[in-house]
Design a protein. Structure first.
Lengths: 498, 95
């Protein structure tokens, strides 16, 4: 392994307060991302989640004697693609090793992995930390040490029987990309932003679905503390954290635990720990003395994995527009950094937004998608992929405002109707008489009525022109919000003066 | 290179093989004989020779990403000492 290098300048904003001095966190992440593929890394059985126990299992996955692994070409392509998405060095020659350990969900008795010669070398991910109270983001470059391909293990269940564990090998042999960061992360917010960004990149690339609930992405978190800018401390590794929120809690607990020990004059034992989301604490799994001895050696069943530059360039040519590039482009189209950052943070948001913005004002489209759509979706606990309001429908609502058929206020009501009941926006407006009244005669009579009914207010308005706003409100109320506000304003000014 | 009794026990433990002290002693002698035999290879000068990965000069064959195996849970669990509903059953392991 390469030597650890500190590339960051300590930032007091990130410090943890201590008794005598502040503490700085040093975090490195190993993210396991399940490769999106139909079949497993070395066999022809399915990777589909949720199938009946041991149905996605071939004799290779079950490690029956004499079975030999044959690598899935698509998994190689996906790993290279992910490497390119992290601006990383692609190694044209890599080698598979056996990582030996004994556990019931690992029928081979070893995991096929890549220790000495990974398929992808050093790269970099730019993360956006924030927004702060002013809505600004801080860009930080986090180094990537490597990405390698390896097999996932099966799954054990311990609660089905009093004395026995049940083993399901459906996941056994599914391809994983282990993406190892450099120890460049200095705060919980940065760690969260890193996983968020990595998840966003693999989702844009289509190399991993990023579904943390189903375990498609999980992280091992290495945490240590030190005096700001000092020597690296002893780290503890928190295993298998499966949500970004839990990761934040785990790091916070672990940092405080280590600081308490050090401030009482103790020292940190290098160990593997487990995060318990129920109790919100980490606890020791095994210490270094009982650490596994994996006895890695090159897998004699597999030849080295080799490809040429043409292969890499072919994959590079397939790369979609990635979040950073998309964000810059959207900002060039008039969006604020805040809006652009939210929209590119998830590929599904960006896809939806771009459909709505097609042929329409980008800023208006962004406001509707971020404030109204995402707000409503989050409140309803839905995903944007199954949004009750499609991009076409939302675009239709925006068009109705644009051509003065409805007011902005009525548009919000219309959005709610489409969200709850569905339907074609122009037809709903027509059927329910929601169209804006542009007939000056009708507006004028409403204006006249209000003026006649409030002589005292008229007097005030003549003295204080800002009072016009009150009249606009009354007229809008009287017309059920359907009068065109500009027309109302114009008429009032003509009649009252001001 | 040679191994001592502690190493023999450690290797056995890593492989989850129960081994008595007596057996560890005799294993130590056997393993050291094997290691001594293999050690003769150290006499060969391999300066500048790339490690051989295969006896045939060929690229690794790859499979296309196609599901063409699986759905044989009965076969897969047929030899299991204990199984239920196509799950393997093993003595409870909780870490």
């Amino acid at each position: 392994m390469t030597e650890l290098v500190d590339v960051r300048t300590p930032n007091p904003k990130n410090f943890f307060p201590g008794e005598d001095h502040d503490w700085e966190l040093v975090i490195g992440l190993e993210v396991h991302a399940q490769v999106t593929s139909n079949a497993k890394l070395f066999s022809g059985s399915s990777t589909k989640f949720g199938n009946a126990q041991n149905s996605n299992v071939s004799l290779v996955d079950a490690a029956m004697p004499g079975m030999l692994p044959v690598i899935n070409e698509e998994c190689v392509r996906q790993a290279v693609k992910t490497g390119l998405g992290m601006n990383a060095k692609i190694n044209k020659r890599s080698v598979f090793d056996r990582k030996n350990y004994f556990y019931p969900d690992l029928p081979q008795g070893y995991q096929i992995s890549q220790l000495y010669h990974p398929i992808v070398g050093e790269g970099e991910i730019t993360i956006q930390v924030g927004p702060d109270k002013q809505g600004n983001f801080e860009s930080v470059d986090i180094g990537v040490e490597r990405l390698h391909l390896e097999q996932d293990a099966g799954k054990s269940m311990h609660d089905q029987h009093p004395t026995m564990s049940f083993v399901d090998l459906n996941r056994s042999g599914v391809a994983l990309m282990e993406i190892v960061s450099k120890p460049d992360i200095r705060s919980i917010d940065e760690a969260k932003a890193y996983v968020t960004k990595l998840r966003s990149i693999v989702r844009y690339l289509g190399t991993c679905d990023g579904n943390m609930d189903q375990g498609s992405m999980r992280a091992d978190v290495n945490v240590s503390v030190r005096k700001p800018g000092g020597e690296f401390g002893t780290r503890c590794e928190i295993k298998n954290v499966n949500s970004i929120r839990f990761m934040g809690q785990a790091i916070e607990y672990e940092a405080k635990r280590q600081i308490d020990i050090l401030e009482e004059g103790g020292s940190i034992d290098q160990e593997t720990r487990l995060f318990d989301p129920v109790k919100g604490e980490t606890r020791s799994m095994r210490s270094k003395e009982e650490a596994h001895d994996y006895r890695y050696f090159p897998d004699p069943d597999l030849l080295p994995l080799e490809f040429d530059d043409a292969y890499i360039e072919e994959i590079r040519a397939e790369l979609p527009e990635l979040p950073d590039v998309k964000r810059t482009r959207l900002m060039g189209e008039g969006l604020s950094e805040y809006d652009a950052s939210i929209l590119v943070s998830d590929k599904s948001y960006a896809d939806y937004f771009e459909q709505v913005a097609e042929g329409r004002d980008a800023k208006i489209a962004a406001n509707w998608v971020i404030n109204d759509l995402l707000g409503a979706i989050n409140k309803a606990g839905k995903d944007i992929e199954d949004s009750p309001v499609s991009a076409e429908q939302l675009g239709g609502i925006i068009d109705l405002i644009k051509n003065d058929t409805i007011s902005g206020k009525i548009a919000k009501d219309l959005f709610e109707i489409v969200f709850n009941e569905g339907g074609d926006p122009p037809k709903i407006v027509e059927d329910r008489g929601m169209a804006q009244v542009t007939d000056t005669g009708a507006i004028e009579s409403a204006v006249d009525e209000i003026i006649a009914a409030n002589p005292d207010k008229v007097q005030q308005a003549i003295e204080k022109p800002a009072m016009i706003g009150w009249f606009v409100g009354q007229v809008m109320k009287a017309t059920g919000g359907k009068a065109n506000p500009q027309a109302v304003n114009k008429l009032l000014r003509e009649k009252i003066g001001g | 290179m040679s191994v001592d009794t502690a190493t023999v026990k450690r290797v056995a433990k890593l492989s989850r093989i129960a081994i008595s002290d007596e057996r560890a002693e005799s294993m130590k002698a056997e393993l050291n004989t094997i290691l001594g035999f293999v050690e003769q290879l150290q006499e060969v000068d391999i300066e500048g020779v790339e490690p051989m990965t295969s006896v045939v000069d060929m690229d690794m064959r790859k499979r296309v990403d196609e599901v063409n195996d699986g759905n044989k849970a009965n076969d897969v669990t047929a030899n299991a000492p204990a199984s239920q509903n196509n799950f393997f059953m093993v003595p409870k392991v909780v870490e």
